[in-house]
Design a protein around this ligand. Structure first.
Ligand code: NAG
Ligand code: NAG
Ligand code: NAG
Ligand code: NAG
Ligand code: NAG
Ligand code: NAG
Ligand code: NAG
Ligand code: NAG
Ligand code: NAG
Length: 763
């Protein structure tokens, strides 16, 4: 049935395409004849398309005019194209001419001309088509120039981006009202990948990308297409659809719907629809990311993007002030010029810290150090060091300026240490009030809850990781205490117990909103299973929101598997897999509120004294209401472990956890990371290698010289391959996984899971 439906959709789509080209071929349009002209401010300032939907001509820009194309029938005239967008506004006395000899140009009062089109032939007529394409025809009615071939920030149905200079990118606008080239671009690359980058004046690197379709192997001549039903997809050079980027529009079904895709001022791709019947505003059908801080370089030098509250906001580093208070995107500079190597005035130097902010990788020196304080010492001894990042026992020293700062959504704790020169701290007083006080006690980072954004269903508690508690009002505190039957801790008590929160295994977490904090506490507080890390208590004092978890002596599974000197035995590994499976089964099926963990990976599994594995970090977890089995949500989780449906804007079900579990299972069984770079090419991606070995009947090769029974090894590998199937419904439930592991059910031979398992080349 579903297949029939999509067949029908495809057919409809083909029909529409065909119809579209016929329309063009028959030139069902109002022709503009040679000798016509337009001028702003008169009653002949634009030409309309046949249906009156689109207009080509002069529109107001700043205190002058620009030439462009816009939706004319709407109350809010939406501009979709601008000629010579980076030229200054045109004065009132400008004329646009389609001259008698077939050229299209602007002429000012002094008679100076500037060409709009660079067609190689002379035109015989022009037309504003109903598709939004302004075209010039020669005497044989062949299109010799069209606005669709020089896109600005918008793609209209029927228009495509092709990997050819001039036609391969959209560049965002400066602002909603200024259509000059802005700061972000979408590029249809010749390697087949569609990628978003910042527009930088110098030195664009692949690592600056912030979104891509991961089609870098699709070869030459891949094109981005938008069809009249709002489908956004990539075609390869032979015309096969290789990637659906957005579904057909959902908000407005039926006919008389207009679509446009735009790279917006802040760098996100958005597909909009507009119903001509209801004649309402544009509705967002699809957006490339829900994290508004994703676009690289949204904030300027020495500042970082923060989602706190209604974000995104640009925040200056401590000791820095905005270059321009009114334009916070322009970055920050030191609030003091008296510093630097060589200036030997005995200024006082202090250090400030930020957590959870990622920066461009441009360190001049990286040192392995045990802890943050050693990193701070290292930086203080080095007069070139102005900023140091501490992460994963690595201390990276940097000079300013820093760029591309944004709050991270990953679990790895990054500390930014900033050298602050005397007299600067005072200027940043406001920062601490912002409340970087949330701290997590126990084994590992957990939880935090973001603002409720883009949630389809109103009953969902939707959260995503953020690193700052917002200041929370007093209301509701007492109620909160009644709701939770956990031990309350005093802030001072925790501070003492953790040595002033200096312990490496603490993580600061920050959240937004009392309600989410309470919900998390209630739900996680009620879970009770031997394979879940136990929540013992909380601290709810002033602006502090801390969660206290049981202490897990043996660290994380990642340490246990990949970093310890002796490999755990086959037996132990088997036990760990079963523990994890049972923990997830409990979350999925056995507790009161069904929970999708969303971030199963070795870093989030902790080992107790007896090496029993327990799942931790519910920071990303989603809670489902009893009658709900799926949810739409913004991206969460960790690359490498997340199920393919996260990338596809598909509903997320418990099967997403099954996928992550499958990846972790293969890692545990093979005692290696799912992606390793320093191995032969065919072994880089563990899942692919395992499937190759499975096809060759050589699964035992994966667990060299170990006293594991071949048949046991095969069972685990096959189970892992089942769990990582691209199609969520093909993956077994956790219940079934447990039964298979225990031998109650046979594990049948798995199909090929791998078409979606790949890494992003350009990282
Ligand atoms: C041409 O446009 C008119 C008005 O929009 C429409 O009624 C007519 O069906 C169109 N003809 C063709 C062949 O598309
Ligand atoms: C402008 O429109 C008005 C009224 O529609 C008409 O009287 C006038 O002649 C027009 N002017 C030109 C230059 O076409
Ligand atoms: C639009 O922005 C550009 C770049 O910031 C600027 O140079 C130009 O003056 C602006 N145009 C208007 C009409 O404000
Ligand atoms: C017109 O401009 C486009 C984009 O700048 C370029 O690719 C094309 O070759 C030009 N055509 C002519 C005839 O100069
Ligand atoms: C129009 O078509 C004729 C015949 O195909 C050809 O000889 C002529 O050069 C074409 N004219 C233009 C302007 O392309
Ligand atoms: C790429 O595709 C365009 C349009 O489909 C076609 O005209 C062109 O010849 C193709 N180029 C290559 C190198 O395949
Ligand atoms: C285009 O995609 C189809 C389907 O994935 C594939 O069979 C074909 O080989 C691809 N063409 C090229 C040139 O890569
Ligand atoms: C894109 O979606 C259509 C319609 O659902 C489907 O038939 C097609 O297989 C999809 N293509 C890819 C590459 O997923
Ligand atoms: C730096 O901050 C201090 C304290 O707010 C202020 O008095 C001083 O003017 C600032 N210096 C500069 C150069 O902006």
């Amino acid at each position: 049935m579903a297949e029939l439906m999509s067949m029908a959709t495809m057919l409809l789509f083909l029909l529409l395409i065909t119809q579209f080209s016929i329309t063009t071929a028959q030139r069902n349009d109002s022709l503009i004849s040679l000798g016509s002209s337009l001028s702003p401010g008169t009653n002949k300032s634009y030409w309309l398309s046949n249906s009156g939907q689109f207009a080509f001509g002069f529109y107001q820009q700043g205190d002058g005019f620009a030439v462009g194309i816009w939706f004319e029938k709407m109350e809010e005239k939406t501009v979709v194209w601008t000629a010579k967008r980076d030229d200054p506004p045109l004065p009132q006395d400008t004329t646009l001419l389609l001259s008698g000899d077939g050229r299209l140009f602007l002429q000012d009062e002094q008679g100076r001309q500037e060409h709009i089109s660079n067609a190689s032939q002379l035109a015989a007529s022009a037309s504003m088509l109903d598709s939004g394409n302004f075209v010039l025809y020669n005497s044989n009615s062949t299109i010799i120039w069209q606005s669709f071939d020089s896109p600005t920030d918008t793609l209209l149905p029927g228009q495509r981006l092709v990997p050819q200079e001039g036609r391969n990118r959209l560049i965002s606008s400066v602002s909603e009202t200024n259509h000059s080239s802005g700061r972000f671009q979408l590029v249809m690359q010749s390697d087949g990948n569609l990628v978003q980058y910042p527009v930088l004046s110098i030195g664009l690197l692949p690592s600056h990308h912030y979104w891509n379709t991961e089609t870098y192997k699709a070869g030459d001549n891949v094109t981005l297409n938008l069809d009249p039903n709002g489908w956004l997809y990539l075609l390869n050079s032979t015309g096969s659809n290789i990637k659906n980027i957005s579904d057909a529009g959902r908000s407005h079904l039926g006919k008389n719907v207009l679509y446009r895709m735009i790279i917006d001022v802040n760098g996100l791709l958005r597909l909009y629809s507009h119903s001509m019947v209801q004649n309402d505003d544009w509705v967002v059908e699809w957006v490339s990311t829900n994290n508004l801080c994703d676009p690289t370089g949204l904030c300027g030098l020495n500042s970082y993007c923060d989602l706190n509250g209604q974000g995104p906001y640009c925040v200056c580093l401590p000791g820095f002030d905005f270059v321009d208070q009114d334009q916070k995107g322009l970055g920050c500079e030191r609030n003091s010029s008296t510093y630097g190597c060589g200036t030997k005035n005995d200024e006082r130097v202090t250090f400030e810290e930020l957590t959870g902010i990622a920066w461009e990788e441009n360190s001049y020196s990286v040192v392995s150090l045990d802890n943050k304080n050693a990193c701070l010492e290292e930086c203080s001894r080095d007069c070139n060091c102005e900023i140091a990042l501490f992460q994963n026992q690595q201390c990276s020293k940097k000079k300013i300026p820093l760029q591309f700062g944004k709050t991270t959504q990953g679990i790895v704790l990054i500390t930014t240490i900033i050298k602050v020169h005397s007299g600067e701290v005072g200027a940043r007083k406001g920062r601490n009030e912002h409340g970087r006080t949330g701290i997590l006690i126990s084994g590992i980072a957990i939880s935090t809850f973001g603002l409720i954004a883009l949630v389809v269903s109103g009953i969902l508690v939707c959260r995503f990781r953020m690193w700052e508690y917002k200041r929370i009002g007093n209301h509701g505190s007492n109620k909160f205490l009644e709701d939770v039957t956990l031990r309350p801790y005093a802030y001072a008590e925790l501070e003492k117990a953790t040595n002033g929160f200096t312990d490496q295994r603490l993580e600061r977490v920050i959240a937004d909103g009392e309600r989410e904090f309470r919900n998390e506490m209630k739900v996680i507080g009620k879970t009770h299973h031997k394979n879940l890390v136990k929540l013992l208590g909380y601290c709810h004092e002033g602006t502090s929101r801390l969660l206290v978890y049981e202490y897990m002596t043996n660290g994380s599974l990642a340490d246990f598997l990949f970093r310890s000197e002796t490999k755990p035995t086959w037996e132990e590994r088997n036990g760990i897999v079963l523990n994890i499976a049972k923990g997830i089964l409990y979350l999925h099926e056995e507790c009161e509120t069904q929970i999708i963990h969303c971030d199963i990976k070795p870093e989030n599994i902790l080992m107790d004294e007896q090496n029993c594995a327990k799942i931790a970090d519910f920071g990303l977890a989603k809670l489902l209401m009893p009658d709900q089995s799926r949810t739409y949500t913004g991206f969460r989780g960790t690359r490498g472990y997340v199920a393919p449906e996260w990338h596809r804007n598909m509903p997320i079900t418990v099967q997403a956890d099954v996928y992550s579990f499958g990846i972790v299972l293969l890692e545990i069984v093979c005692c290696r990371r799912s992606v390793e770079m320093d191995v032969p090419e065919d072994k880089v991606i563990l899942a692919n290698w395992v499937y190759d070995c499975f096809l060759d009947g050589e699964l035992d090769k994966l667990v060299e010289d170990e006293d594991a029974e071949k048949i046991e090894v095969e069972k685990m590998m096959k189970l892992g391959l089942w769990c990582i199937q691209e199609e969520p419904s093909v993956r077994p439930s956790m219940k079934k996984v447990c039964l298979m592991m225990e031998g109650t059910i046979e594990v049948p031979p798995p199909p090929n899971p791998t078409s979606s398992v790949s890494i992003v080349q350009i990282e």
